[in-house]
Design a protein around this ligand. Structure first.
Ligand code: SF4
Length: 364
């Protein structure tokens, strides 16, 4: 029999097929339990990236989500059956003063946790903790040189980032070996997953497209698991025309670095929705002010995408409210087309396989 290979990259539209029951619930007019909750625990950031769509939030007075409120919301997630919590921003998650207790609390409730970070605030102790307690750590890795990094991030932190990532990988390697050797429990609860997947995210713009392959080479050398690239949108630094042509060639060079252990993947092409979104209930967001939004792409439509505030109402009250249904029913495809939302591609599969049932999923 031929070997059936499994793609080890934990990102991809195919994952939507695991939400078969949730999508059916949505189609029948009911709100499913979200598969992933995204949290912006911090509104502040130690960097000032060119093209950052959350920059206006960094001036907020409500800098961090209140720790006790966060715990109450996490209790609700666990009770309802949410499975994953993604901590991103907004601001830089590692600036949240109680980041370790927050993750420990989520893990203690049986939730799986992943973080998006710029990686510059990682310490030895924090790296060890994260490697042992996260399902994934994804780091903004937007340059192949210190000079370009500074131009994008507004801080001269590239060398520090590289050193921090080496520390993370050192702990990851140690963790894997220790686990293999002694079988001692290394985590807060009875997690069955391995040490954190550590990847890089490269947001391609007019400032850095030429260093994509160089950055991928560095990420591979450090020992990261993957580098994902994506085009920056809705910015004066968005690549177009001839630059886009050249960037595509560099992307091919970067992808050639993929091997059994390290993957480079992504796309520079603009994605578009196939119609009104029917997937956002799978992945809503709560920001540091407690505001809850339909999805992470809310910055250009804050009022229409806001469905409540967790300082005012509980998570289930907001989630199962009329306001949520109304916001869900009135999303505008034109506004969804501003950014390359991963659900654009996922919706194509979900429509064909689940909505139209082209594969007769009742039969296996
Ligand atoms: S941007 Fe649009 S398509 Fe993407 S999740 Fe949000 S509502 Fe859905």
């Amino acid at each position: 029999m031929d070997k059936i290979g499994a793609d080890r990259v934990p990102i991809g539209a195919m994952k939507i097929l695991s939400c078969y029951h949730e999508v059916q619930q949505i189609l029948s007019g009911k709100m499913p339990v979200p598969r992933t909750m995204e949290f912006f625990l911090s509104n502040v950031c130690n960097h000032a990236c060119a093209g950052c769509h959350s920059r206006y939030m960094h001036k907020s007075e409500d800098q961090f989500l209140d720790f006790d409120t966060m715990k109450e919301v996490v209790d609700d997630f666990a009770e309802l059956g949410v499975e994953g919590v993604e901590i991103s921003g907004g601001g830089e998650p590692l600036m949240y003063p109680q980041i370790i207790p927050a993750i420990a609390y989520m893990r203690g409730k049986g939730l799986k946790v992943g973080i998006f970070s710029n990686g510059t605030l990682l310490t030895d102790e924090l790296s060890e903790f994260l490697v042992q307690n996260l399902l994934f750590l994804r780091i903004a890795f937007d340059a192949g040189t210190a000079e370009t990094y500074k131009k994008i991030h507004g801080r001269d932190d590239f060398d520090k980032l590289i050193e921090n990532l080496k520390t993370v990988i050192r702990h990851k390697t140690k963790d894997t070996e220790r686990e293999k050797g002694t079988g001692k429990p290394r985590r807060l609860t009875d997690a069955k997953f391995g040490t954190a997947t550590v990847g890089a995210k490269y947001l391609v713009s007019t400032k850095n497209w030429h260093e994509l392959a160089q950055a991928a080479g560095l990420a591979k050398e450090i020992g990261l698991d993957y580098l994902q690239y994506k085009a920056l949108r809705a910015s004066k630094f968005t690549i177009e025309g001839e630059t886009l042509e050249k960037a595509r060639e560099v992307a091919v060079q970067a992808e050639e670095l993929s091997d059994e252990r390290f993957q480079v993947f992504g796309s520079l092409e603009k994605t578009k929705p196939i119609g009104r979104c029917f997937l956002n209930p799978l992945h809503p967001v709560i920001d540091a002010k407690g505001d809850m939004y339909l999805c992470a792409f809310f910055h250009h439509r804050k009022d229409t995408h806001k469905i409540g505030n967790i300082y005012e109402k509980s998570f289930p009250e907001i989630w199962y409210s009329e306001r949520h249904l109304e916001a869900f029913r009135t999303t505008k495809p034109k506004e969804c087309a501003v950014f390359d939302c991963p659900f654009h591609e996922a919706a194509v599969l979900a429509r064909a396989w689940i909505v139209e049932n082209q594969k007769h999923l009742e039969f296996i």
